[in-house]
Design a protein around this ligand. Structure first.
Ligand SMILES: [Mn+2]
Length: 427
C-alpha cells in the first residue's frame, strides 16, 4: 500500500532542524527577536516576580498558576490518542459549534469553555515548525489561533515562561504547562526534572519520539485526520531530516516546499514563519510558493548559493583523507552542500568564511555517502565550537581571526586522524 511506504519513508534519524543548519551557515548569528507577533507584543505577559515564585515551586505543586493539570484518566479517552474512543469524549473535539475544553478553575470546579483561540508556540524559522503548527491547529480545531514563533535563544527562561493558554507547543522544547506538545529533538528536555516530570506524568497529548525525522511526520502518523496532508508531511520530513536525493536537489531544488523553506530565514524569520503558517492553513503548498514575497526571498537565497558555488570553484581543494577544504574570501556566508557539487565523493568538508563579527569554520560529513561519521560536534567543542555528530561549527570573533587558517588546518588534521584511526590524536 502506498500509505505504508510513505509512513516508512517519513521515519528516519532525527537530525537537527535545518534552521540550526542555517544558523551554522549564516554569516552571523541572528540577534534574538521578540517571541510574539508584533500585534500581540503588548499583551505578552512578562514573567513577574509572583509568577516566578509560583513557578519555582514546580513540580511539587500539582497546581500551576492556579491551573490544575488534567489527570491522565481525563485525557486518555481522547480519540486523538486512541483513535477508537467515541469522538464526543474528546476534550478538543466535542460535538456542536466550536470546541470545548474541560478546564479546572481555581475553585476546583470543572467547566466547559468554548475554545476558538489557542496559542501555538512553534520552532522558527523552520519549515517543520511551520507545518507542525498547521497540523496542530487542525488537530485542535482552533479557528483563530495565535502563533508564537520561538527559537532556541528562549532556552534560558523557557521552563519558567508563562505561556498563554490554552497552549500547544510543537517542534520545540518540552514545557510542563503545555496542554498539547509534540517534538522529536533529542535535546527537548531542558533539565532532568523536566524529563522525569514527563516520565512520571505522561499525558496523551504529549507526543515525543526522538527517532522521528520530523515533528510533522510524527503528528501525521499519530492523527488519522491529517491523512489529506501527506504532501506537507512528506516535505517537512525530507527537509528537516535533510534527506535530499542529491546535492543538486539540496542546492538548486525549487519544488514549492523548498521555495518556501529556503527563504524562511531571510529577513525577519519569525514574521515569515507566522505568515507562511497562516497561509498554509488555508492554501496549498504550490499556491503559497508562488506568492511574490515568498518567491523573492527564495531568489535571494538562490543568488547567494550561486555566488558561494563560484567561490568554491576557485578556492576549494581536496585534501588527503578525502576532505574538501575551502578558505572562502566571501562574506556572504557559506552553503553547507556546496563542497559536494565539485567533490561529490568527498567524505567531509571543512570551510572557513568571513562573518560580520569575524570568521566561522563549519564542517559536515557527506550526507550522500554511507559511512560512520567522526563526531564533528565533539571535535569542534575541543576548539571552542560545537554542533552535532555530522555537522559542527566554530565562531571566531575578531581577535581569533588572525590564526583562523592555522585553526582550519588543525581541525582538518584532527578529523583526518580520527577518521583514519578511529581515535583522536591525543587520546
Ligand atoms: Mn523539527
Amino acid at each position: 500500500m502506498v500509505e505504508v511506504g510513505i509512513v516508512a519513508s517519513l521515519r528516519g534519524t532525527a537530525l537537527s532542524c535545518p534552521a540550526t543548519y542555517a544558523a551554522l551557515d549564516a554569516p552571523d548569528i541572528a540577534p534574538p527577536r521578540v517571541r510574539t507577533p508584533p500585534d500581540r507584543r503588548d499583551e505578552t505577559p512578562s514573567t513577574t516576580k509572583r509568577a516566578r515564585r509560583r513557578l519555582s515551586r514546580w513540580p511539587k505543586s500539582p497546581t500551576m498558576a492556579g491551573r490544575r493539570l488534567p489527570s491522565r484518566s481525563e485525557w486518555n479517552v481522547c480519540p486523538m490518542n486512541t483513535h477508537i474512543s467515541p469522538k464526543k469524549l474528546c476534550p478538543y473535539n466535542t460535538a456542536g459549534s466550536g470546541h470545548s475544553e474541560r478546564m479546572s478553575q481555581a475553585d476546583g470546579k470543572v467547566q466547559d469553555i468554548m475554545i476558538e483561540r489557542g496559542h501555538v508556540y512553534f520552532h522558527a524559522p523552520c519549515f517543520d515548525g511551520v507545518v507542525s503548527t498547521v497540523f496542530a491547529v487542525e488537530i485542535l480545531g482552533w479557528k483563530d489561533p495565535v502563533l508564537h514563533p520561538v527559537g532556541y535563544e528562549a532556552r534560558s527562561t523557557w521552563l519558567e515562561d508563562r505561556l498563554e493558554a490554552p497552549t500547544a507547543v510543537v517542534d520545540f522544547l518540552f514545557h510542563p504547562r503545555a496542554e498539547f506538545w509534540a517534538d522529536h529533538h533529542g535535546t527537548t528536555y531542558l533539565s532532568e526534572t523536566a524529563a522525569s516530570y514527563h516520565r512520571e506524568r505522561p499525558r496523551p497529548h504529549w507526543i515525543y519520539d526522538a527517532t522521528a525525522g520530523s515533528c510533522a511526520a510524527l503528528l501525521f502518523e499519530r492523527f488519522p485526520q491529517l491523512e489529506h496532508q501527506e504532501l506537507l508531511a512528506h516535505w517537512a520530513n525530507k527537509i528537516d531530516a535533510a534527506q535530499y536525493d542529491s546535492v543538486d536537489e539540496a542546492i538548486f531544488g525549487a519544488s514549492p516546499a523548498l521555495v518556501i523553506s529556503k527563504g524562511l530565514a531571510e529577513g525577519d524569520g519569525y514574521a515569515n514563519s507566522v505568515e507562511v503558517a497562516n497561509r498554509l492553513r488555508v492554501r496549498s503548498l504550490e499556491s503559497v510558493a508562488s506568492d511574490h514575497d515568498v518567491r523573492e526571498r527564495f531568489e535571494r537565497v538562490r543568488w547567494r548559493a550561486e555566488v558561494t558555488i563560484k567561490e568554491f570553484g576557485k578556492r576549494a581543494r581536496l585534501e588527503p583523507g578525502n576532505i574538501v577544504v575551502a578558505d572562502l574570501d566571501s562574506d556572504l556566508g557559506s552553503n553547507r552542500y556546496a563542497p559536494y557539487v565539485q567533490f561529490p565523493d568527498a567524505r567531509y568538508s571543512v570551510v572557513l568564511f568571513k562573518t560580520s563579527s569575524g570568521a566561522k569554520i563549519t564542517a559536515m560529513r557527506n550526507p550522500w555517502r554511507e559511512f560512520r561519521s567522526v563526531p564533528l560536534g565533539d571535535i569542534f567543542r575541543h576548539f571552542g565550537g560545537g554542533g552535532h555528530h555530522r555537522v559542527a561549527s566554530l565562531l571566531l570573533p575578531h581577535p581569533r581571526v588572525t590564526n583562523a587558517s592555522v585553526l582550519l588546518s588543525t581541525i582538518v588534521e584532527e578529523i583526518r586522524n580520527f577518521d583514519q584511526r578511529g581515535v583522536p590524536r591525543d587520546a
